[in-house]
Ligand binder design. Structure first.
Ligand code: NAD
Length: 304
């Protein structure tokens, strides 16, 4: 089963360098027509230039592919809508969105300015929302869509000095969870990627041989899997240095205590036991939690 993206139109945000560049090259290599979007700014989101995106477009065209550069900031809904309109006018549709653009403003929470928190949420969360919103109606009309949000281990598991970034990256998992449900009947599949790659984001944090092993080109195959015809949906796929994992939010079976004045003490005393993952549940949607709780309380069978 070869993943063939011929005639598919893809937008990759933040594709002027790092992971986005590799995703754009990989999508084009499989036949997709690619909008290479990048604001061309610094790591903290300041500055602007189309040079990097133009260079990636040149690479794709030289390899025989089709691509256009776009300098929209994902934080600007009007610019994002214009980008989607341009791609749709030129190629007829947008079938694939890889929301990859991102910035960092790392500091411990004690030292973090609220503006640094907002700026990071604005790019990662609202940037992804703007892009998804701009392609959503067209994907519904055509009953076809593949959306990948870029999450991170920092959000999934925490990372010292990255409160803003962690909050933003976990928000994307929530966005995915609900868009996957709402998109299901329109054949819109929505997933998250949690990459590790030796890009400028990791510069200075790891030794040179580790950075080299974390080649961003080894992450893009996960993106191809998430945008394939038979892609999964509502999956958080992790990728780095040639290893691929999946991160899941599960629900432990828990313990039913019923009511009582001593519930707070009982709960605190039983935290280890009620957190035991033996026999865990994997709810298909949020309602899975309360149907489980009601079933534990004796209200009929669980609906999953
Ligand atoms: N490198 C890693 O190990 C790692 C780990 C987890 C998640 N990520 C995520 O992967 C994505 C790519 O990161 P990277 O490591 O390639 O870093 P990078 O800095 O090379 O790439 C990010 C790109 O996004 C662009 N960008 C920033 N703000 C933008 C905006 N408003 N509009 C359009 N483009 C904008 C930048 O110009 C840059 O080219 C990010 O979302 C990042 O948070 C990276």
């Amino acid at each position: 089963m070869t993943i063939d993206l011929t005639n598919r139109v893809a937008i990759v945000t933040g594709a002027g360098g790092g992971l986005g560049r590799q995703h754009a090259l990989a999508l084009a290599k499989r036949g997709a027509k690619v909008v290479v979007n990048d604001l061309g700014g610094n790591l903290d989101g300041t500055g602007r230039s189309l040079r990097a995106a133009d260079e990636v477009v040149r690479e794709i065209r030289e390899a025989g592919g089709e691509a256009i550069a776009n300098g929209a900031s994902v934080t600007d809904l009007a610019e994002v809508e214009a980008m989607v309109a341009e791609a749709t006018e030129r190629w007829g549709s947008v079938d694939i969105l890889v929301a990859n653009a991102g910035i960092l403003r790392d500091k411990t929470f004690a030292k973090m300015e609220i503006d640094d928190f907002r700026a990071v949420l604005e790019v990662h969360v609202m940037g992804s929302v703007h892009c998804a919103k701009a392609v959503w109606a067209g994907m519904r009309e055509r009953s076809y869509g593949r959306i990948v949000f870029t999450s991170s281990s920092s959000g999934l598991f925490g990372s010292f000095g990255q409160a803003n970034y962690s909050a933003a990256k976990m928000a994307l998992v929530g966005l995915m969870n609900t868009l996957a449900l709402e998109g299901a009947r329109y054949n819109i599949k929505v997933n998250c990627l949690a990459p590790t790659a030796g890009t400028r984001m990791l510069e200075g944090l790891l030794p040179a041989d580790h950075i080299a092993a974390l080649d961003p080109a080894l992450v893009s195959p996960a993106v191809l899997a998430l945008v394939a015809e038979d892609a999964p949906t509502k999956t958080v796929l992790c990728a780095g240095a040639g290893t691929f994992e999946s991160a899941k939010t599960i629900l432990t079976k828990g313990i039913h205590f019923g009511a009582g004045e001593d519930l707070p003490e009982k709960v605190l005393g039983a935290l280890d036991r009620l957190s035991d993952t033996d026999g865990f549940l994997d709810p298909k949607e949020g309602a899975g939690q309360y149907t489980h709780e009601l079933a534990m309380a004796g209200f009929g069978p669980e609906q999953g």
